[in-house]
Design a protein around this ligand. Structure first.
Ligand SMILES: O=C(CO)COP(=O)(O)O
Length: 252
């Protein structure tokens, strides 16, 4: 069986004390997690160590960074390397979020380098893909997402896919209140899995965790997570409210 994941992407929100409060509220929410469910929290860089110290004693909880550098080390002022993240106990790194692609010009080629560095440092990558509204309206979303996978992930050998989680986040659904319908999410997730099966093999594809992201909330998570190929969610806004995030984590 493949792993199910609910991951909270805090983006650039909260102060340290607000973040600590939120983490404590999440771990004290009395979540009953099945063995195959992991809860991942991705706070901003300055809070990662604190998050690790709060979450590490709670089985099933993991810490993610929201990004890392595309170079190993050196004169790159302001950057944070994969090795640094590993050294403070980070478990997952979110890569290729559409906000990074759009505002920080991250290309598929740059993301391929980041994927390699995350895996080389023994962490797992949550690789984000997804199309803008114009592409969805032109009904070319499959080609668009296939290219993102091809250019950033498909250079990896099959065994490396065990450390990859894919998050499908249609850009038109992020922070807009517009959720993809369960059918739209299922169709894209099945397409992604089929692409992986075609490139690698069926076993590799069946083991791959594929998350949905984009205005996921307690109200729509059960329907989305009930889809055959939707293995959880990457949650933005609702991950900042402990009771909403906890409710989503219990939506399988
Ligand atoms: O971008 C997202 C998670 O990475 C989704 O954000 P929202 O849940 O706020 O739409």
């Amino acid at each position: 069986m493949r792993k199910k994941i609910v991951a909270g992407n805090w983006k650039m929100n909260l102060t340290l004390s607000q973040g600590e409060q939120l983490l404590n509220d999440i771990v004290n929410a009395g979540l009953k997690l099945e063995d195959d469910v992991a809860v991942v929290v991705a706070p901003p860089f300055p809070y990662l160590q604190k998050a690790k110290s709060i979450l590490q004693h709670n089985p099933g909880f993991f810490v993610a960074a929201q990004n890392c550098a595309s170079e190993k080390s050196g004169a790159y002022t302001g950057e944070v390397s994969a090795e640094m993240l590993k050294s403070i106990g980070v478990d997952y790194v979110i890569l290729g979020h559409s906000e990074r692609r759009e505002y920080f010009n991250e290309s598929n080629e740059i993301l391929a380098k980041k994927v390699d560095l995350v895996l080389a440092n023994g962490m797992k990558a949550i690789f984000c893909c997804g199309e803008p509204l114009a592409v969805r309206q032109a009904e070319t979303q499959n080609e668009y997402v296939a290219k993102q996978l091809e250019e950033s992930l498909f250079h990896l050998p099959a065994e490396a896919l065990k450390d990859i989680v894919i998050a499908y986040e249609p850009i038109w659904a992020i922070g807009t209140g517009l959720t993809a319908s369960a059918q739209q999410a299922q169709d894209m997730h099945a397409f992604i899995r089929a692409q992986v099966a075609k490139k690698y093999d069926r076993e590799t594809a069946l083991r791959l965790t594929i998350l949905y992201g984009g205005s996921a909330k307690p109200g729509n998570a059960p329907e989305l997570f009930a889809c055959e190929d939707v293995d959880g969610g990457l949650i933005g806004g609702a991950s900042l409210v402990a009771k909403d995030f906890a409710a989503i984590a219990q939506s399988f």
